[in-house]
Design a protein around this ligand. Structure first.
Ligand code: KIV
Ligand code: ZN
Length: 502
């Protein structure tokens, strides 16, 4: 069995710091519950000293969720730690995350002190946090630009003081994967008590390296990753959870597993995007609108032949219903045929070639090509292949509603009659007696398209057969006639060999 990789989600802390992404307590509870459902191990719920609202949110989240550890951030300052501890009083499992800057920049220009003082403050903070909770995580801020020897020294002292998780943030997103990996390795090899703590990654994305650095850290011994949904976070963001989780799932040689229910990734991503008012870029890995959309002809043909030709993840694994074959001017015939088949229009050879040419002309001028456009494009061929024709429709209602229908099926004329709950119901049932298509009528819309006593009504129908939709359209001044025609129109789109005829 591979080792467990702890998923530490900081969407509600580092993510929520982003301008415009602020949430109220109720919204944060919704997010926390979604993260719990997703299977995260630790939720960093806020920075309680920063505002009464943040304090309250950490407290309410602690009450609302049960499984994940609830973590509260603090600086290496007594007051911060006391407030963090107070905010965690209802947590079933609480963690204090405390730390201090360790790079020459932070020591000299931010904290304006000496390396010795930094170690002293770190030790004091960890010990103080430990007096409130057992679970204390120490962060060495800006570790990515720190001197390795100093980093090893402070980490050793923090573990000695009681920290059980050591976070080595690349706060400014400066590192390259090899450098980040080397830092983890250095700690593994040079900190005498490192086996008493879990090393955690916390990478920012300023150079677009956050996921690569995180994975490099894991490959060299880190066993906790600090991540956010959709990669939101300060500046260019934090490491995105979905990318790390799926990279690990795809690469079996990385010897760890996570507790994440990946099928909930997509819905969680949409929830965060909606609540935080933060759109997901269309080409975002795993959760972007185009992550499973294929638009070039070569790729579409490849995916239709065998999904794995162009996809490393089955979209269902992350909760996306299916890959999409987008119709654009670069689509090939295979893609067009795929969409037409779904509409019940089976074309091949010359017919397909001709429709493809008109499709390309249309695609050059129209961005979104949908079922209606396709049906309009192939209208001519559908009519040509009208295997079933409506010859006569008659209905009467004297107490009982009864309909009589005559169809021409191929070269044969057939008649049937049926009773029904209304004239339309009776007519459709009579048609079904002749053509036994084993369909489900899924959608039936009637729309008046002119006003006055000579109203023309338009009927739109969707039938399902073997999970494929078939659409029927018709208009007439007689609603029963229009319904019968739309039904026959849809039936005609079912491939002949799939209609079961008497
Ligand atoms: O990026 C960072 O260094 C942080 C710490 C506060 C953990 O977010
Ligand atoms: Zn951060």
């Amino acid at each position: 069995m591979s080792e467990k990789l702890w998923i530490f989600d900081t969407t509600l802390r580092d993510g929520e710091q982003v301008p415009g992404c602020q949430l109220n307590t109720q919204e944060k509870i919704i997010v926390a519950k979604a993260l719990e459902e997703l299977g995260v191990d630790i939720i960093e719920a806020g920075f309680p000293i920063s505002s009464p609202g943040d304090f309250n949110s950490v407290m309410e989240i602690s009450k609302a969720v049960s499984n994940p550890i609830i973590c509260a951030l603090s600086r290496a300052v007594e007051k911060d730690i006391e407030v963090a501890a107070a905010s965690l009083r209802y947590a079933k499992k609480g963690r204090i995350h405390t730390g201090i800057g360790v790079s020459p920049y932070h020591i000299q220009y931010k904290l304006r002190t000496t390396p010795e003082d930094i170690i002293e403050r770190a030790v004091k903070a960890v010990k103080y946090a430990k007096s409130f909770v057992e679970d204390v995580e120490f962060y060495a801020e800006d570790a990515g630009r720190a001197e390795h020897e100093f980093l090893a020294k402070i980490v050793e002292q923090a573990i000695k003081a009681g920290a059980t998780v050591i976070n080595i943030p690349d706060t400014t997103g400066y590192c390259l994967p090899e450098q980040y990996a080397a830092m983890v390795r250095f700690l593994k090899e040079n900190v005498s008590n490192i086996d008493k703590a879990i090393i955690s990654t916390h990478c920012h994305n300023d150079l677009g390296m956050a996921t690569a650095n995180t994975i490099a850290g894991v490959q060299h011994g880190a066993r906790q990753v600090e991540v956010t949904i959709n990669g939101i976070g300060e500046r260019a963001g934090n490491t995105s959870m979905e990318e790390v989780v799926m990279a690990i799932k795809c690469h079996h040689d990385i010897p760890v597993h996570t507790n994440i229910n990946t099928t909930k990734i997509y819905e969680t991503s949409r929830l965060i995007s909606k609540l935080m008012n933060m759109p997901v870029q269309p080409n975002k890995a795993i959760v972007g609108r185009n992550a499973f959309a294929h638009s070039s002809g070569i790729h579409q043909d490849g995916v239709l032949k065998h999904r794995e030709n162009y996809e490393i993840i089955d979209p269902k694994e992350v909760g996306v219903h299916e890959s999409s074959i987008v119709l654009t001017a670069r689509s090939g015939r295979a893609a067009l045929k795929h969409h037409l088949d779904a509409l019940g229009v089976e074309l091949a050879g010359e017919e397909l070639k001709e429709v493809y040419e008109s499709f390309l002309t249309l695609a050059d001028s129209k961005r979104d090509i949908g079922p209606k456009d396709l049906l309009a494009l192939v209208g001519k061929y559908i009519e040509d292949s009208s295997f079933i024709e409506l010859v006569k429709v008659r209905y009467e209602s004297n107490g009982l509603i009864k309909a009589e229908v005559e169809l021409k099926v191929g070269d044969n004329f057939r008649k049937a009659s049926s009773e029904g709950n209304g004239p339309v119901d009776a007519v459709l049932k009579a048609i079904e007696k002749i053509v036994k298509p084993q369909i489900v009528l899924e959608e039936f819309l009637i729309q008046a398209i002119t006003a006055g006593s000579d109203d023309v009504c338009k009927v739109h129908m969707r039938l399902m057969q073997e999970e494929k939709p078939y659409y029927g359209f018709a208009s007439d001044t007689d609603i029963v006639q229009a319904s019968a025609q739309a039904f026959v129109d849809a039936l005609n789109k079912i491939p002949v060999n799939k209609k079961v005829l008497l």
